[in-house]
Ligand binder design. Structure first.
Ligand code: GDP
Ligand code: IMO
Ligand code: MG
Length: 434
């Protein structure tokens, strides 16, 4: 049985909490795309863990974790994360499996990411674009560029040291030309990087395997497998608000290519959606609020990036974007998170559609500039004005909160199975049956 957990908005929906919760009944949790741009927060009995690369099932000692071929791996970030978990007494031994086909993030990817962003925001740079994307600076875009242009360095390359050094030298020569001649930056020392990465080689070695085969055999043995998406559908390089997106496919299709699992293997697709909307970085955000309500959402929801610490932009729930996300991902059920953040509001708004030049839109505009200009159409619901944290049964939610959930179901055409009422694993309502 393979289930997929996917972000239905612009990332940071609370995927980490939901994956951790569902890991109780899983044997394997696998990440399929993205890299250390992700920041997945787990809170267990008041202790907080932020994971960037390692799947959010790792805190359950019976769960094995896979980092699939579609992930771009920064060994520095990976080693830091392994050390952090080991300090908490969590062992990776026999529990972490890294695809030999996954690509490595190299120091020049991070430098190029930063240099491109800087040039895009500089007033007079020759390479100036209209807007910086506001990336996490983790080298994600440049690493996927190398992958697609077939010059990337993969985990498997670490196993043959002389070939690895040769590829690294070639790539650094090219990166140095870009860094110094186009971006006016410092050049990198190939020898120092080769030494550093050859040390990772011995540390990563025990985890490297053919994860495609591993997952195939696990499926045959009837194991319960959870696939963990990073980012969210609206940041998908194909289906999101291009060019203000990440460089991978967080949507459900990416799970198949990013792990070598056939699409037919996936039987349940759970979309995670926040009870309102947030976005980090630049790009269109139709329901964004620039007023005191936006401020309240940010402070009550503590909306600051788990990876970069940047304040997240906040706004009302966009059910039009959610419906699009349900369609693109094939979401069969939803987990609504952070509903408690709305506890104190008199009125709660939900965006049901977009209007452009007075006309209601049928589909999600493909053009980011058009999306910047749409006007959200709102429906107003009454707030419940009482704390929801601690409620364990759906029937015990105040009527206004049940109406809010029912509207999400009607507008998205997906059933809400899970409702999260605080960061803690324990504060979650799971509805059973249909
Ligand atoms: P992810 O990237 O989708 O895993 O989400 P993040 O971890 O980046 O951001 C979600 C934030 O909301 C984290 O700080 C979580 O601890 C927190 N969170 C998750 N669920 C809830 C909830 O139901 N209520 C509240 N108040 N916070 C939550
Ligand atoms: P999780 O998994 C929210 C955003 C960045 C930027 C854009 C491109 O925690 O939900 P990148 O560094 O990927 O090239 O940046 O995508 N972004 C995220 N926003 N949550 C994330 O991950 C994100 N990962 C990338 O802010 O706008
Ligand atoms: Mg996050």
């Amino acid at each position: 049985m393979v289930s997929l957990i996917v972000g239905a908005q612009w990332g940071d929906e609370g995927k980490g909490k939901i994956v951790d919760l569902l890991s109780r009944d899983a044997d394997i949790v696998a990440r399929y795309q993205g890299g250390a741009n992700a920041g997945h927060t787990l809170v267990i009995d008041g202790t907080k863990y932020v994971l960037h690369l390692i799947p959010s099932g790792i805190l359950h000692s019976h769960v094995q974790c896979v980092i699939g071929n579609g992930v771009v791996i920064d060994p520095v970030a990976l080693m830091e994360e392994i050390s952090m978990l080991e300090q908490h007494g969590i062992s990776m031994h026999g529990r972490l499996f890294i695809s030999h086909r996954a690509h490595l993030i190299m120091p020049y990817h991070k430098l190029l990411d930063a240099a491109r962003e800087k040039a895009a925001s500089a007033k007079d740079a020759p390479t100036k674009r209209k807007h910086a994307i506001g990336t996490t600076g983790r080298g994600i875009g440049p690493a996927y560029i190398d992958k697609v242009s077939r010059t990337g360095i993969r985990i498997v390359d670490l196993l043959d040291r002389s070939r690895f050094i040769e590829k690294l030298r070639t790539n650094i020569r090219e990166a140095n030309m870009l860094l110094s001649q186009v971006y006016d930056g410092e050049e990198l020392d190939a020898d120092a990087i080769a030494d550093e990465y050859c040390q990772f080689d011995t540390r990563i070695d025990p985890y490297i395997t053919d994860t495609t085969l591993f997952l195939h055999e696990a499926r045959r043995a009837g194991k319960r497998i959870l696939l963990e998406g990073a980012q969210g559908a609206m940041l998908d390089v194909d289906h999101g608000t291009y060019p203000f997106v990440t460089s991978s496919n967080p949507t459900s299709g990416g799970a198949s290519t990013g792990l070598g699992l056939p699409p037919t293997a996936i039987s349940c697709i759970l979309g995670v959606v926040k009870a309102y909307s947030t976005r980090v970085g630049n790009g269109p955000f139709p329901t964004e609020l620039h007023d005191s309500i936006g401020e309240q959402l940010r402070s009550i929801g503590y909306e600051f990036g788990a990876t970069t610490g940047r304040p997240r932009r906040c706004g009302w729930l966009d059910a039009f974007a959610l419906r699009y996300s349900v369609i693109v991902n094939g979401i069969t059920e939803l987990a609504v998170t952070k509903i408690d953040v709305l506890d104190s509001f008199d009125e709660i708004k939900i965006c049901t559609g977009y209007r452009l030049n007075g006309k209601l839109q049928r589909t999600m505009p493909a053009d980011a500039e058009v999306l910047e200009r749409v006007e959200p159409v709102y429906e107003v619901l009454r707030g419940w004005k009482t704390p929801l944290a601690g409620i364990r049964r759906y029937e015990d939610l105040p009527q206004e909160a049940q109406i809010f959930i029912a509207r999400i179901e009607e507008l998205s055409e997906a059933r809400v199975r899970i409702i999260s009422t605080s960061p803690d694993r324990a504060d979650t309502i799971v509805r059973d049956g249909q």
